[in-house]
Design a protein around this ligand. Structure first.
Ligand SMILES: Cc1cc2nc3c(=O)[nH]c(=O)nc-3n(C[C@H](O)[C@H](O)[C@H](O)COP(=O)(O)O)c2cc1C
Length: 361
């Protein structure tokens, strides 16, 4: 039996606006802000029209109300993180300057999307039953999974990232005691033909708006660390560069991990140099340190007293890399690592500065 639909056209407008603002990570920033603000304003009116609820409430309705309450809290979080992210993007002050507002904004938005589906399904159960309800639940589930996996994927792969590298790097200095080296390994500088890379996206390469140069995530972090500390800067470069395709590079990195010999690297002028601290910046590769980093320490013979790992990743955090570094440099004091999600790299200057100020002194 089918009863009258409890949905009004404004409900569909709300859903469409929310989906549009979720996909807004691929749209110009102002469009994303406009869609998000319109959604929140209409959602507020929508909540007012649904309240109050009187009398005995059936279980399904109770679930719906609970989902709506959770949804309201999540949307409040989306609003707060959205405002802070906007302030941060325009270089203005935020309540917690070191917080990764972008990451929490995406997490809360995806959680809100899940809560919206529970809310919509409990509403749908008032006009549907049997196979219609199961069909709607199945459809909602598929849409949900697509969004949960698709949106972070789109964020990393399809969002074309252009930055002002000089502005991203500049900031207050961190006094560093002793002789310090910043050494980094990145896909930039290790890729055969940068003009053929398959993605200029949050996953790896960013384009500097002013020079047009492509920068790797680890490279940008290393430049931030170097500018903050004034330390010497060195790049790990393999003798045979990796191909421009991401998946080809992933395949070669897997082979390197399996093989007993790490890749050859180009000569550096640092051989035998002594450093009190080494800030080592690298991308997580197959859950650990790229093997070229191993070659670097073996070839140069550098044995730092203290090692500060700064790791950029695509959701794997530090993986097994600290264990691998401890094996590689058994005499070094290894600080807790700083991990930066790939698409958060352009905004990581403050977080990195806080980390270095704490760990270097
Ligand atoms: C060969 C290869 C393997 C990777 N393996 C992982 C991994 O295991 N876990 C992860 O979270 N990210 C992984 N990534 C993603 C990178 O760590 C991430 O995109 C990083 O920000 C890239 O930094 P880069 O631009 O300096 O190379 C891998 C990337 C490549 C190219």
């Amino acid at each position: 039996m089918t009863r009258k639909s409890p949905f009004k056209s404004s409900d569909w407008v709300l859903l469409a606006l929310f989906v549009l603002s979720l996909c807004g990570i691929l749209l110009p920033r102002l469009m994303h802000i406009a869609a998000g603000a319109a959604f929140l304003a209409i959602a507020l009116v929508h909540t007012r029209t649904k309240l109050p609820v009187r009398g005995r409430i059936p279980l399904m309705r109770q679930t719906g109300l609970a989902a709506a309450a959770i949804l309201a809290l999540l949307l409040a979080g989306v609003l707060v993180t959205g405002v802070c992210l906007t302030l941060q993007s325009y270089g203005l002050r935020t309540p917690a300057p070191n917080a990764d507002w972008r990451f929490w904004h995406i997490v809360l938005s995806l959680a809100a999307f899940c809560a919206i589906f529970v809310h919509v399904l409990t509403q749908a159960s008032r006009c549907m039953e049997g196979w219609r309800l199961y069909g709607a639940a199945g459809g909602a589930f598929v849409a949900l999974i697509t969004a949960l996996f698709g949106i972070p994927y789109a964020d990393r792969w399809l969002r074309h990232v252009e930055i002002d590298a000089a502005a991203a790097i500049a900031g207050p200095a961190v006094p560093a005691r002793g002789h310090t080296l910043v050494v980094y390994f990145s896909r930039s500088g290790n890729t055969a033909d940068l003009s053929k890379v398959d993605a200029v996206s949050g996953a790896s390469f960013m384009k500097d708006r002013k020079s047009g140069r492509l920068l790797g995530n680890a490279e940008l972090l290393a430049l931030m660390a170097q500018s903050a500390t004034g330390a010497e800067l060195a790049q790990v470069r393999v003798s045979v560069p990796y191909p421009p395709g991401y998946t080809d590079t992933v395949r070669i990195a897997a082979r390197e991990l399996r093989e007993s010999r790490p890749p050859e690297i180009l000569q550096t002028a640092l051989n035998g140099a002594r450093y009190d601290s080494v800030i080592l910046v690298f991308p997580l590769w197959w859950g650990t340190v790229p093997r070229a980093v191993e070659s670097f320490f073996e070839k140069t013979g550098i044995k730092p007293a203290r090692l500060l790992p700064v790791i950029t990743h695509g959701s794997g955090g530090a993986g097994e890399s600290v264990k691998a570094l401890a094996k590689l440099l058994p005499d070094a004091r290894i600080s807790r690592p700083l991990t930066v999600y790939s698409s958060s790299v352009p905004h990581a200057r403050e977080e990195l500065r806080g980390y270095l100020a704490k760990e270097l002194n």
